[in-house]
Design a protein around this ligand. Structure first.
Ligand SMILES: Cc1ncc(COP(=O)(O)O)c(C=O)c1O
Length: 403
C-alpha cells in the first residue's frame, strides 16, 4: 500500500487546483479551466517515469487493460495466452474483448514462462497478455524470443509493476501496448485509475479514441468531433488524475525505500535453510512492492500461514487458497458462469478450463507467500516483523521435518 502511506499536502494541492476551477472533466472547457489539465499532467508524469513515448490515463487498471488490448488489435475470437496467476481483471479484459483466454504455465518469476507460452501456442494464437506480478518483472529476453519467433502480439499488464523494468526498459513497454493500475493498493494510487502506455503512435491514438466513445479530441467543439473508431467511456476524472499525478511523483522515492527493505528482508530470511525467493530476472529493476517467499512445498507454506495466523503476523498474501489472484479460486470461469453470453460460450472455450494441467504453476503458487512492503517501515518495526516471520517459518519447517 505504498502510495497511500504518503497521502498528504501534495495530493491536496493538486485536488484543490481542480476544485478551484470546478472543471472535473478532462476535455474542453479551455477558458474556465485556467490551464489546469490534470489528466494530461498525470500522463506526462507517467511517461516521464516509465520512458513511454505515449501514456493515456483511464478510469482503472482494468479499463487500461481493455484499452491496451483493443489498441493492439485484439478482439473477437482471438486466442490470447494468459497466466493463471494474475489479478482476474487481466482475464476478464480478454473475455470482454470477445477474445478467448488460453492459460499457460508460469515459472518462479511468477510470470508466464517462455516454455509455458511455447506449449500453449496454437494456429489461432494472436497475442500474449503478459502480467508482471508482485512488483517484479518477467524474464523478458526469453519471452521476446518466443514472441518474435511466433510473430505474436505482446500486450503487457503491468498493473502491479509500475516502476519495474528489465534491462532498463520499463515493464509495459516491451510489447505493442501496456498498462498500469493506480487503484488503492498500488505503489501510486489515484483512488481509482489506470494508464495505458505505448511507444506506438497509432496504438496511442486508438486508445485515446477508444477510451472516450471514439472521439478524436481535435478542436474544442466536442459535440462535432470526428469518431474514427467505436469507443466507450473509460475516462478518468480530473480529481482522480490530480491524485495520481501527485502520487506518481513520489514513486522513485518509494521504490528506493522498498528496495532497501526488500534486500534486508531477503538477506535476513535467506539465512533460514529452506527459504527461497521468487526469481527476479533483473534485481536492479524491481519495484519491490512485495517480498515473495518460496518455501520448499505447499504443505510447509500452509503450515507457515497457520503459524502466522496463530502469532498475529499480518500483511501477507497466500494466493494459493486465500486470494482472487489464482485460477484455483476462479470457479465461475471454469464453469462458464456468466450474466450474458461471451465469445467463450459462443465459439467454445479453447481449453477445458475445468481440467487444466498446470503443474508448475500449482507447485509454484502453492509454495509462495508474499508480504506487502511498506516503504515507511522503521528499522525496529521491520526487524520485529522479520523476527516473527523467521520464527513462524522455522516452526513450520520443524514440524515438517518431524513428519
Ligand atoms: C495485474 C493487474 N491487472 C489489472 C488490475 C486491475 O486494476 P484496477 O483495480 O485498477 O482495475 C490489477 C489490480 O489489482 C492487477 O493487479
Amino acid at each position: 500500500m505504498a502510495g497511500t502511506e504518503y497521502f498528504g499536502a501534495e495530493e491536496k494541492k493538486e485536488i484543490n487546483d481542480v476544485l478551484e476551477t470546478g472543471i472535473l472533466f478532462r476535455y474542453n472547457h479551455d477558458t474556465q479551466r485556467n490551464h489546469i489539465w490534470k489528466a494530461r499532467s498525470f500522463e506526462a508524469e507517467v511517461a516521464r517515469l516509465t520512458g513511454a513515448k505515449y501514456a493515456h490515463a483511464v478510469s482503472s487498471g482494468s479499463t487500461a487493460v481493455t484499452c491496451a488490448l483493443a489498441a493492439a488489435g485484439i478482439g473477437a475470437g482471438d486466442e490470447v495466452i494468459v497466466p493463471p496467476f494474475t489479478y482476474i481483471a487481466s482475464v476478464e479484459a480478454v473475455i470482454f474483448a470477445g477474445a478467448l483466454p488460453v492459460f499457460a504455465e508460469i515459472d518462479e518469476t511468477l510470470c508466464l514462462s517462455a516454455e509455458g507460452i511455447r506449449k500453449a501456442i496454437t494456429p489461432r494464437t494472436k497475442a500474449v497478455l503478459l502480467v508482471h506480478m508482485c512488483g517484479q518483472m518477467a524474464q523478458m529476453d526469453e519471452l521476446m524470443q518466443v514472441i518474435n519467433d511466433h510473430k505474436l502480439i505482446l500486450v503487457e499488464d503491468a498493473g502491479q509493476a509500475l516502476a519495474a523494468s528489465f534491462n532498463g526498459i520499463s515493464t509495459g513497454l516491451w510489447g505493442k501496448t501496456g498498462c498500469y493500475s493506480f487503484d488503492f493498493f498500488k505503489i501510486a494510487t489515484a483512488g481509482e485509475g489506470g494508464v495505458m502506455v505505448t511507444n506506438d503512435e497509432t496504438a496511442y491514438k486508438l486508445a485515446d479514441n477508444i477510451a472516450d466513445h471514439g472521439h478524436d479530441h481535435q478542436g474544442n467543439n466536442r459535440g462535432m468531433e470526428n469518431h474514427p473508431v467505436l469507443g466507450f467511456n473509460y475516462r478518468i476524472s480530473e480529481l482522480h488524475a490530480a491524485i495520481g499525478l501527485a502520487q506518481t511523483r513520489r514513486v522513485p522515492m518509494i521504490r528506493e525505500k522498498n528496495n532497501i527493505h526488500k534486500k534486508h528482508m531477503m538477506a535476513q530470511l535467506g539465512k533460514i535453510a529452506g527459504v527461497n525467493f521468487a526469481t527476479i530476472p533483473d534485481p536492479n529493476g524491481d519495484s519491490a512492492t512485495f517480498l515473495n517467499i518460496l518455501l520448499p512445498n505447499t504443505e510447509i507454506a500452509m503450515r507457515t500461514v497457520e503459524e502466522f495466523n496463530k502469532n498475529g503476523v499480518t500483511g501477507f498474501n497466500y494466493w494459493y487458497t486465500n486470494m482472487y489472484h489464482f485460477i484455483n479460486q476462479w470457479d465461475h470461469i471454469k464453469e462458464g458462469r456468466v450474466a450474458a453470453k461471451t465469445n467463450v460460450q459462443l465459439l467454445g472455450a479453447p481449453q477445458d478450463y475445468k481440467n487444466l494441467h498446470l503443474p508448475k504453476t500449482q507447485e509454484t503458487i502453492g509454495r509462495l507467500i508474499s508480504f506487502s512492503i511498506k516503504s515507511g517501515w522503521q528499522d525496529d518495526e521491520l526487524n520485529e516483523l522479520l523476527h516473527k516471520i523467521g520464527t513462524c517459518i522455522k516452526d513450520a519447517l520443524l514440524v515438517a521435518a518431524k513428519h
